[in-house]
Design a protein around this ligand. Sequence first.
Ligand code: NAD
Length: 477
Amino acid sequence: MMTTVDNKKMFIGGEWIEKESTIEVHDPQDNEVIATVPRANETDMLKAINVAKDGAETAAKMPVHERMEILHRAADFVKHYKHLYAITIASEGSKTITEAQGEVDRCIETLRISAEETRRIHGETIPFDQMPGHENRIGYFYRFPIGVVGAITPFNDPLNLVAHKIGPAIASGNSIVVKPATLTPLSALLLAEAFEAAGLPDKVLSVVTGKGSEIGDALVTHPAVRMISFTGGLETGTDIAHKAGLKKLSMELGSNSPTIVLKDADIKEAVDSCVSGSYGAVGQNCIGVQRIFIERPVYDEFMEQFANLSKQYTTGDKKLAATKMGPLISEQEAIRVEGTVAEAVANGATLLTGGKRQGAYYEATVLADVPRHARIVKEEIFGPVVMLFPVDSLDEAIEKANDVEYGLQAGIFTRDTKLAFQAIQSLNVGGVMVNDSSDYRIDGMPFGGVKGSGLGREGVSSSIQEMTEPKVVQFKL
Ligand code: NAD
């Protein structure tokens, strides 16, 4: 891992900028300071937006083949320095080195998909003669870039979630100003290096480091910023939506994802999938499994296997390849998770395994008998804590799965296609995974939620739709 403190600069429209005022970046494992980044203020953010206005004109004029080449070269750069990217993610964040390597691979994939999707930004011809009196007209619509995109990203996937904003923005001919998570800005700055090396014209990309409370409003409320692409918590997202005014919003928010296990399921497959889906990235994962509804005839079998496997999901040093789970992003977060579990136990929940904290580390934790209206059932835990609920039928599972403010993704394990389709139709979420847990995603699929889980969809081609507008063209002959 990193041993010396690196004083990083931020990237504004092609220039690397330092500032006297800085923010320390800590490794949550031991709280050691690994780097500092500039603490941007409102003036810095306004400069980045002004630069991006020019950048938007440059980006829109860039031919498709150039955008594709730049995106592929950026992907090549990330691939070449994969180890550095992985170690950066595993140093500033919660992920183990193995999880971090997986995130780097996904980032490369996101950039490659962005390159490929660039050539597929199509329009359509319009049959104007559908309306009597309009027979002598022909026309079409094409998609044009929205202009300046403002992107705000969370700490839990500090590289790939930034790539999910920069890749589609460049593919669709926009400029973009990124405000990465305050706790994990280093991976985003390293991604800016990839685009600089790839020959992205100056002014098209900025990565402005600082605190959301200090520079967020300048980005969110600026009239020149035509879209805010936000990934983060429901509370912050709601606040941004209130402030943003008349601009496009893409909101990728949280969840407390359900997975249903029916009595005909392959129980071992369901247990394995739910365990990795619950504890990956220490449960700090928007589609991580939080609530599992199990049909009563297989409840005891599932519970026993799930608790046993959870006990083996131990914490350790992030830099060791064998470590399954690192620390939460901060001790403060681990204390919050500990308090939420203690409250559930005080309200009648049974602790099947886990429940202990050491610094920022928190054990893989399984709860049963959690009262239906407990806070932990309704809210996003964002930690390695799972609740098991017995149910008498699929109907009951669906009703309980839907009885929350969130709706990102859900999973169901069954061999019965009729029941699977019933779940697909009735679960109020953005994606249903059959014979996988809620924690299934590839970077090329539409991704996003309903209700408190957000607005709009990411996944590269969906983001390109969100970041472009149709322009109608009509010729009267
Ligand atoms: P957060 O909401 O605390 O912060 C997200 C970003 O918003 C950070 O960059 C932060 O600095 C910034 N921010 C904070 N206040 C702001 C303000 N007033 N104006 C502008 N920006 C502001 O979220 P987090 O703790 O970093 O991430 C965890 C959350 O993200 C969880 O709820 C998780 O489910 C969600 N998430 C969602 C997805 C998805 O795709 N749906 C993916 C990953 C994480």
